[in-house]
Design a protein around this ligand. Structure first.
Ligand code: NAD
Length: 320
């Protein structure tokens, strides 16, 4: 009988976490999900997963990580809004730093500690000084409490790996898009554009639209989590030793994104320009060769394919 590996996905009722849970089940893992449903939806948890409605800051969540017999914990539960982190850094740190520490303490106390795969960011931690494509070892200078919290957790992960022998991985995602993204969120330009195309409204772009971002399809991000759950890891070391960018390595301008989406959607709506947003980064994309080399992960979706799949899903959900 083959061994069935056990995985816990925190934030598994959310956008990316629900895809990670799907991908782990498809890869043969037995999957449990923890989510407090503060943003996630119960109906997004895959039918094959056991669901625990818990706050990651609770003693119950730490006990689950300690006693659940997991081989891996994919940790995605988080406060994800950069603006919220600016308005209330304490609330952000409570979920994103203290919540994660609570799970790490649970992992450390387990008889057979699980590997912890953390969802970090490749957008917010490199900061404005970075010259893209950003590499993992690049100097970091996060601009927001959200980015600072993600980078702080990465230092804790490196510490737990060195001090307690915990197997930890940090995956630094670029701009993730795909089915189930919240069109009302701040980060989801693809989701917002899909909603506007379906309502036959003009697309709005801040500034001249030449600012670039690295758009990675959510199915590729889920596959990166499966690779990180299974790969042989490099030795524990400094903060970047087990950190991997998860992006395409390509910068796409907002105008090019809008054009490709309109192409796959078969629409020709106008693009309206709004004043530029203050402090917005001009260029941001991340190198992905370290993940290819060490984790065996490469993005499989082209932008056009990912956008076509995403648009089809939003259309299927649309009540016009
Ligand atoms: N969306 C992106 O482009 C992107 C980019 C970089 C990193 N990330 C990271 O990926 C992860 C998933 O993000 P997402 O876009 O799927 O967001 P999401 O809001 O859809 O998912 C987060 C989930 O965590 C849950 N949650 C929040 N606080 C919790 C708590 N205290 N206890 C238990 N559950 C809690 C929410 O209910 C939600 O279901 C996050 O860690 C985020 O920081 C996302």
């Amino acid at each position: 009988m083959p061994t069935i590996h056990r995985a816990l996905v925190t934030g598994g009722a959310g956008f990316i976490g629900s895809h990670v849970a799907d991908a782990l089940i498809a890869a043969g893992f037995a999957v449990d999900v923890v989510d407090d449903l503060s943003r996630g939806r119960r109906d997004q948890v895959p039918a094959g997963a056991a669901f625990h409605q818990l706050d990651i800051r609770s003693p119950e969540a730490a006990a689950l990580v300690r006693d659940g017999g997991y081989d891996v914990v994919c940790h995605l539960a988080a406060q994800i809004d950069v603006r919220v982190s600016v308005a209330d850094p304490v609330a952000d740190a409570s979920r994103n730093i203290l919540g994660t520490l609570n799970l790490l303490e649970g992992a450390r106390a387990a008889a057979r500690p699980p590997r912890v795969v953390f969802s970090s960011t490749g957008g917010a931690i490199y900061g404005d000084l970075a010259v893209p494509p950003s590499r993992e070892e690049e100097a970091k200078d996060p601009e927001s409490p959200y980015g600072i919290a993600k980078l702080s957790v990465e230092y804790y992960l490196a510490y737990y790996a060195r001090q307690h022998g915990l197997e930890t991985v940090a995956l630094r995602y670029s701009n993730v898009y795909g089915p189930r993204q919240d069109p009302h969120g701040e980060a989801g330009v693809v989701a917002i554009f899909c909603g506007r195309l379906l309502d036959a409204r003009a697309l709005t772009v801040f500034g001249d639209g030449t600012q670039t971002r690295d758009y990675v399809y959510v199915g590729d991000v889920a596959a990166a989590n499966v690779c990180a759950a299974r790969a042989a890891l490099p030795a524990a070391g400094r903060v970047d030793a087990r950190a991997f960018n998860v992006g395409t390595g390509v910068g796409t301008s907002v105008l090019a994104l809008a054009a490709t989406l309109q192409q796959v959607a078969g629409t020709a709506l106008p693009v309206e320009h709004l004043p530029p947003r203050t402090g917005e980064q001009a260029r941001s994309f991340i190198a992905n060769d370290k993940g290819a080399r060490v984790l065996g992960w490469r993005p499989a979706y082209s932008l056009a394919d990912g956008l076509a799949t995403t648009y089809a899903w939003f259309r299927s959900q649309h009540r016009g």
